[in-house]
Design a protein around this ligand. Structure first.
Ligand code: ADP
Ligand code: MG
Length: 564
């Protein structure tokens, strides 16, 4: 085929216009896109070669090479992957075939700002090369086709592209970017290396660059024939679980978390179905100093098909799991997905739900384990992160029940590690309520006069001393059909647990003390709502309680401290 000129599909023209005008502020992403395409092409070849090993020809080692020529002002992204036939080149690099693309295009309305946002949600891929190049030449040969059926595609990224047949011995594709005047900064080994390691470290193929060497005669760095990998080429999470050792998981955790301690637990899964993704999630052993900052983004990195997309993608897990570190790699999201799109995406919603469940399962496995070691691990987790996990009860209705089971408290029975299930299993005959008290400290809680009658009757009371506990109580109203009730509130009704004689005594006392109550009410009129005879005290003569439904004294104190 001699050289033929073709017109781009109308949509492509629009995309090209947008790419060159709207993505200017983040130009370096062109390399991420092109390296990702090269890596995809190798993946495709590897897949086809499973059935047809001859496709690998005499070059079975798949790799991506990035090279540049400072004089010619070109950057070349080279792969020995599947390549393209002439028809494929015309179809893939001249039209946009993907479904959803048309819908996207129909939303474009020429308003630069709005369109720029939209394009951020769309995989511009190959065309992003035109952000830095005023001409792109693609030379390619489809694996399995003879050398005479090589193809050269070239375009200035405006209305048209040229296609011609060339002789090409190497299988695969060279994408040659002829840089714009203002893109000369990319003609640097250092610059290219740093972009590759930023975005493509975990591409599972090696991305190679030519080694530089100092040449004294020329007084400059010159390129050698030696190629060296510039990425780590190890997407640990993309490997099968059985191929990864515990030591490797631990090492990877260190790399991504900058935590010198080993993680407490981790989980690694490939999820298939409507949305496909891989998750590798870690629970740290120690809480970071800024755990309390709810604005701090989470520690989960987002990848799309092993290409790094962003750090701290907060929408991948709910805020109350912000201590979790790790990687989520989606097979469905577009490569240049924006934070805005992440918030709306149904795929992301499915990922968040699935990952939340995984983290909870990981915690449950420790909490419910028969091994004393796991139980101790869970308690240590709870001591570090329990207060954060408590935020979940109000945030994550769908998992409220599972969360409540994971919660641990101090009680009049044990100083730590009491679950609501433990409490329920120790409830007295006739008791249907879970009693709790909130206070600033464990000592204050334990010494509260409100507890006297509960002690006397042998009733367990949970002692809640975290700042978030008031908030917890406002969301956690019951557990397995038993309501939670603060013993510091007015209407604690122990009558079901009283025997007849106690009841009679209480009634008599109320009668006897009537005149005293009247006088107390009169003299404390401006400071209290009511004065009552109570059966809840044993040793102390009197105590202050708040009305059911009112703020507890503890919460009132907290708010006062906070200046409210
Ligand atoms: P996407 O990668 O999301 O499909 P791109 O615009 O990045 O979109 O690429 C469009 C298509 O061009 C690819 O799907 C692929 O078929 C083809 N392509 C691009 N680069 C290469 C390459 N290096 N080797 C083979 N095919 C390629
Ligand atoms: Mg692509």
């Amino acid at each position: 085929m001699s050289k033929q000129t073709h017109s781009f599909q109308a949509e492509v023209k629009q995309i090209l216009h947008l790419v060159t005008h709207s993505l200017y502020s983040n130009r370096e992403i062109f390399l991420r896109e092109l390296v990702s395409n090269a890596s995809d092409a190798c993946d495709k070849l590897r897949f086809e070669a499973l059935d047809n090993a001859a496709l690998l020809e005499d070059a079975p080692e798949l790799a991506v090479r990035v090279l540049f020529d400072a004089d010619a002002k070109t950057i070349t992204i080279r792969d020995n992957g599947i390549g393209m036939s002439a028809d494929e080149a015309a179809a893939h690099l001249g039209t946009i075939a993907k479904s959803g693309t048309r819908e996207f295009m129909s939303k474009l309305d020429g308003d630069q700002k709005k369109d720029a946002n939209l394009i951020g949600q769309f995989g511009v891929g190959f065309y992003s090369g035109f952000i830095v190049a005023d001409r792109i030449t693609v030379e390619t040969r489809r694996a399995g086709l003879p050398a005479e059926q090589g193809v050269r595609w070239s375009s200035e990224g405006t209305g048209e592209y040229d296609l011609e047949t060339i002789e090409r011995t190497q299988r695969g594709t060279d994408v040659i970017l002829h840089l714009r005047e203002d893109a000369a900064e990319y003609l640097s080994t250092w610059k290219l290396k740093s972009i590759i390691s930023k975005y493509s470290d975990h591409i599972s193929l090696p991305v190679l660059m030519q080694k530089d060497e100092w040449d004294a005669e020329a007084g400059a760095q010159i390129k050698t024939d030696e190629w060296e990998p510039v990425n780590k080429a190890a997407a640990l999470w993309a490997r099968s679980k059985s191929d990864v050792t515990d030591a490797e998981y631990q090492e990877f955790y260190k790399q991504i978390s900058y935590d010198s301690q080993a993680p407490l637990a981790y989980t690694h899964n490939r999820v298939e179905g409507r949305t496909e993704y891989t998750q590798l999630l870690y629970i740290p052993t120690k809480a970071p100093f800024d755990l309390w900052n709810r604005d701090k983004r989470g520690g989960v990195k987002l990848y799309v098909k092993r290409v790094f997309i962003m750090d701290d993608a907060e929408t991948l897990l709910p805020v109350y799991l912000r201590f979790v570190k790790g990687v989520i790699d989606s097979a469905d999201l577009p490569l240049n997905v924006s934070r805005e799109l992440l918030q709306e995406s149904r795929d992301v919603k499915a990922i968040r739900e699935g990952s939340t469940k995984r983290v909870l399962s990981m915690l449950e496995a420790l909490a419910d384990s028969d091994s004393a070691e796991d139980k101790a691990k869970y308690q240590s987790f709870w001591n570090e992160f329990g207060a954060v996990l408590k935020e979940g009860i109000g945030e994550d209705m769908a998992n409220a029940e599972r969360l409540a089971k994971l919660y641990r408290f101090a009680s009049t029975h044990a100083d730590e590690g009491v679950s609501l299930a433990d409490y329920v299993s120790r409830m007295k005959e006739g008791q249907d309520t879970i009693y709790v008290i909130t206070a600033d400290t464990l000592t204050a809680a334990k010494n509260s006069p409100q507890l006297e009658i509960f002690r006397k009757k042998g009733l367990e009371v949970l002692l809640l001393t975290d700042r978030v506990d008031e908030w917890l109580l406002s969301h956690l109203h019951e557990f397995e059909g038993h309501s939670l009730q603060s013993v510091a509130k007015g209407g604690v009704d122990l009558s079901k647990l009283q025997d007849d004689e106690e009841k009679k005594k209480a009634e008599e006392a109320a009668e006897t003390f009537k005149p005293v109550l009247e006088r107390l009410k009169e003299s404390l009129k401006s400071r209290v709502k009511d004065v009552r005879v109570t059966t809840r005290l044993v040793d102390s003569p009197a105590c202050v309680v708040v009305e059911e439904g009112d703020m507890s004294a503890h919460l009132a104190r907290l708010l006062k401290q906070a200046g409210q």
